[in-house]
Design a protein. Structure first.
Lengths: 123, 187
């Protein structure tokens, strides 16, 4: 190995910069499309809705139909036949683990991540 | 009469490798005392010794120095067989593979800086892959990758420049480490 700068040094440096630049551009990491909205109704029915496809879903319960909306990788209660509308006021859910519920109508929705079950493993 | 104890021949290469590895361990332990933004994130200045071994004595010597440094360093730091050790070892193996590959480039091949950059990126990439597979299989970890690889790139340039300066210094004096003060032959 020469104790100097060579053409190969320039090539490797350029490749390294390109690689790091590409990583910053792509920004790998978990995203909405990898998540689901898990909907449960009062009668035990469950519904799995992918968050990468915009949709509106009606889920019926004892009080009537709760309306859920999925848009831009997020889900929320758009409307519900309950008196206090706490489910609607909970707003948009987008991170795995977040959940909202319309208890009077028995409808819940939770964001679930696809993939591994464990967040971390310690020894 | 007890059987004669086996006699090991200590070759010149053994002495070179052992002394370089010891130097690497000292640098590694000294660097471990420095503060860092993320636990375990270090410039890796001990790798200057590995690069010097590569330049002066070839890939095999560099592999011995690197792996001995990982082993002895972990024993002295008390991290042998811990997840830290697993990450250190996987990084070292990935870096050695990269050093082997860049040595195959046509022409004069890379100088210390190019080799250090390749090895550093491979080291961080290898460690990240093992950390993702074994310890933190969560997609959120991927968000760290650009930051870690940027750091690895900078650290590679730094260690490469230090190794370049060291090798030039050795060349100027016509000396190579640990061949004894009377042997001043050049490679």
């Amino acid at each position: 190995m020469p104790a100097a700068w060579t053409a190969a040094d320039g090539l490797l440096l350029a490749l390294g910069l390109a690689l790091v630049g590409a990583l910053w551009a792509v920004e790998p990491g978990d995203r909405g499309p990898a998540s689901l909205a898990l909907v449960r109704a009062a009668d035990g029915r469950t519904l799995e809705l992918p968050l990468d496809r915009d949709a509106r879903v009606e889920v019926s319960g004892p009080l009537g139909a709760s309306l859920l909306e999925i848009r831009h990788g997020r889900v929320r209660f758009l409307d519900s036949p309950c008196p206090q509308k706490r489910c609607v006021r909970a707003g948009w859910l987008d991170r795995p683990g977040e959940a909202a519920a319309c208890l009077p109508n028995g409808v819940t929705v939770e964001v679930v991540a696809l993939g591994r079950r464990y967040d971390a493993i310690n020894f | 009469m007890p059987a004669a104890a086996p006699v090991l021949d200590v070759t010149r290469e053994d002495r070179r490798v052992a002394a370089l590895a010891a130097l690497g361990v000292v640098i590694h332990l000294a660097e471990a005392g420095l503060p860092s933004p993320l636990p375990g994130l270090k410039p890796g200045l001990a790798n200057v010794v590995v690069l010097a071994a590569l330049a002066l004595h070839g890939w095999r010597a560099a592999a011995w120095v690197s792996l001995l440094r990982v082993l002895a360093g972990s024993l002295l730091a008390g991290t042998f067989l811990t997840p830290t050790f697993v990450l250190s070892l996987s990084g070292a193996l990935a870096a050695l593979a990269a050093l082997g590959l860049v040595g195959l480039l046509p022409g004069r091949g890379p100088g210390p800086v190019g080799a250090a950059v390749a090895a550093s990126l491979a080291h961080m990439g290898g460690q990240f892959a093992v950390a993702y597979a074994l310890f933190l299989p969560h997609p959120a970890l991927l968000h760290l990758l650009p930051v870690l690889m940027s750091f690895a790139l900078a650290a590679g340039v730094l260690t490469g420049l230090v190794a370049l300066a060291a090798l030039r210094g050795l060349e100027r004096r016509g000396l190579h480490p640990l061949r004894g003060p009377l042997e001043a032959d050049r490679v």
